[in-house]
Design a protein around this ligand. Sequence first.
Ligand SMILES: [Zn+2]
Length: 184
Amino acid sequence: MHLEDMLAYNKRFVEGKEYEKYLTDSIPNKRMVIFTCMESRLVELLHRALNIQNGDVKMVKNAGAIIRKPFDSIMKSILVAIFELQADEVVVIGHHDCGMSRVDTTALKSKMMEKGIHESTIQTIEHAGIDFEEEFHGFDTVEESVQQSVNLIRKHPLLPPHVKVHGLVIDPHTGKLDIVQKDS
Ligand SMILES: [Zn+2]
C-alpha cells in the first residue's frame, strides 16, 4: 500500500514546515478555472508547462475532461468557481492519447465482471434506466470532445456573459498546447 509511504512522508513534510512556501488563500490568483483529464501524466506536467503555481487556478478533473450534462458535478464546480471564487476565465484542456478515446462499453462491462461485479448487478442498473453507453462512452477525437465541452459551458444558462471559455489540447509527452477554441 502506497498510502503508508504517503502518511510517513506527510508527517515529515508538516514537521519540517515544508508547507510554508505554498501558503496562499482560496481565491485563484489568475481568476481561472481549468477543467482537464485525471490523466496521471499531467499531474505535474500540466502545471509546469503552463507555469501554474500553487494558488493560481481552480482545477477540476474527470476522466477525459468530458462534460455532457449541464448540471453534472463538473459544471457545478465551474459555476461555484465563478460565483464564489471570482474566476472569470474557463479553460478546458483535453489531451492526446487519452484513455477515454478508447472506452468500449461492452469491454468495460466484461472488465467489471472479471473483477467480481455480478452480471445481475449490471442488469439491475440498466433496468433502472442507467445507460452504460451514455454514461461511459468516450470520444473519437479529443478536439471534438473539447469543443463539445466548451460549447456546453458557453451556452449554459447560468454562465455570466463576461466569462471567457477556451478549449485546448495538451501533448502528454511534451506539454505542448494546441488551441481548439480561443474566446476573444
Ligand atoms: Zn485522459
